[in-house]
Design a protein around this ligand. Structure first.
Ligand code: G6P
Length: 360
């Protein structure tokens, strides 16, 4: 095939490393020579005329959708709901008067998402597909498509598609804000370029991350990821990566929700990976870490430059606060990779999983 691993041992590692390149491709693809954002006029019009957005997706794409909701609501001022496609089709929420559906799908072939698309088209609602495969079923059957420009993703565990999805949703959010005359007090493309550089720096820190994997995840049967706000969404994605390829039972939780049940699972040396990249919850997430440490947890804090404290295990380069998931996820992808590698798992083809699920 024309898609080769080259010097890489696994597609997943190659695709992790491609993320800064993909970010720069997206920056290029979505702006014109005057450095203005380029989103098709009909998509712009659909965003302006809806009263609510329903994001429909599965797996990692669902996690990107959660971040997308945040971006669209904060920047474009449109209410957004995010739904797992397999649930939405059988338990449809009460819809607003003028809904716009956004399907997020790396492959564009996920059957559960297609079932929803067919239904909403029958109901006469507009649909936009954000996908890595223009020409895919979800792309063809929707009214509009926004491409990810991530290049083929081969490893079953999605990495570069997740960050590409978030970047494209950020562009859509800022473009809509501009179209609505709302003020955006930062230059998105400049911030995405900073993200690309940060990603590149992080992919160069693999040895450090491999060492952390050895210290925290070598023999454990389970692990918890906690975060608040945007870090909560990334916690869920970090947990999904780890369980998919290393078979360690992992869950992502909202920091404040831990004490309402899950903290009962914390034992001596239970790994807890805590994300601390959000200024307004930095104090409270660290409080949650103290709660689990007091119960014996082996806590690893991943924080961001400017918010770091002495004992943090890993400090991320600083990026715009709304875009932190784009960099926070990188060490979690790398940690999952090494956990799977050290356990002798088939990194690119984990058991029981398919790259795209075309059955319901
Ligand atoms: C499968 C894959 C996941 C992916 C999900 C959604 O379960 O194993 O990695 O996130 O499908 O796929 P999509 O192509 O719709 O993003």
């Amino acid at each position: 095939s024309d898609i080769e691993k080259g010097t890489y041992s696994h597609f997943m590692l190659k695709e992790i490393d491609e993320q800064p390149i993909v970010m720069r491709k997206i920056i290029e693809a979505y702006q014109n020579e005057n450095h203005e954002l380029v989103v098709a006029d009909d998509i712009r019009a659909a965003m302006r005329s809806c009263d609510r957005i329903y994001i429909i997706a599965a797996g990692t794409s669902y996690h990107a959708g959660l971040v997308g909701k945040n971006l669209i609501e904060k920047l474009a001022g449109i209410p957004v709901e995010v739904h797992v496609s397999s649930e939405f089709s059988y338990n449809m929420p009460l819809l607003s008067e003028k809904p716009l559906f956004i399907f997020i799908s790396q492959s564009g072939e996920t059957a559960d998402s297609r079932t929803v698309l067919v239904k909403v088209k029958e109901m006469g609602y507009p649909a936009l597909t954000v996908t890595n495969v223009p020409g895919s079923t979800l792309s063809r059957e929707a009214d509009y498509t926004l491409p990810l420009h991530a290049g083929p993703e081969i490893a079953v565990a999605s990495t570069k598609a997740y960050t590409a999805q978030i970047a494209v949703l950020a562009i859509l959010a800022v473009d809509t804000a501009h179209a609505k005359g709302l003020e955006v007090n930062f230059d998105l493309m400049q911030e995405l370029a900073i993200v690309a550089n940060a990603m590149e720096a992080l992919t160069g820190q693999k040895e450090e991350l491999e060492e952390l994997t050895r210290n925290y995840l070598a023999t454990t049967r389970n692990a918890f990821f906690i975060g608040r706000s945007l870090d909560y969404y990334v916690s869920m994605e970090g947990a999904l990566k780890l369980k998919e390829i290393s078979y360690i039972q992992a869950e992502g939780f909202a920091g404040g929700e831990l004490k309402h049940g899950t903290i009962a699972l914390i034992e001596k040396d239970t790994p807890v990976i805590a994300l601390a990249t959000q200024e307004n919850v930095n104090y409270s997430i660290r409080g949650n870490v103290q709660e689990v440490v007091a119960r014996g947890a082996n806590a690893m804090i991943i924080s961001m430059r400017g918010l770091e404290q002495d004992d943090d295990a890993f400090v991320l380069p600083k990026v715009h606060e709304l875009l932190t998931p784009l960099v926070t996820v990188i060490p979690l992808q790398i940690i999952a990779y090494y956990a799977a590698l050290h356990r002798g798992c088939d990194v690119d083809k984990p058991r029981n999983l398919a790259k795209s699920v075309t059955v319901e």
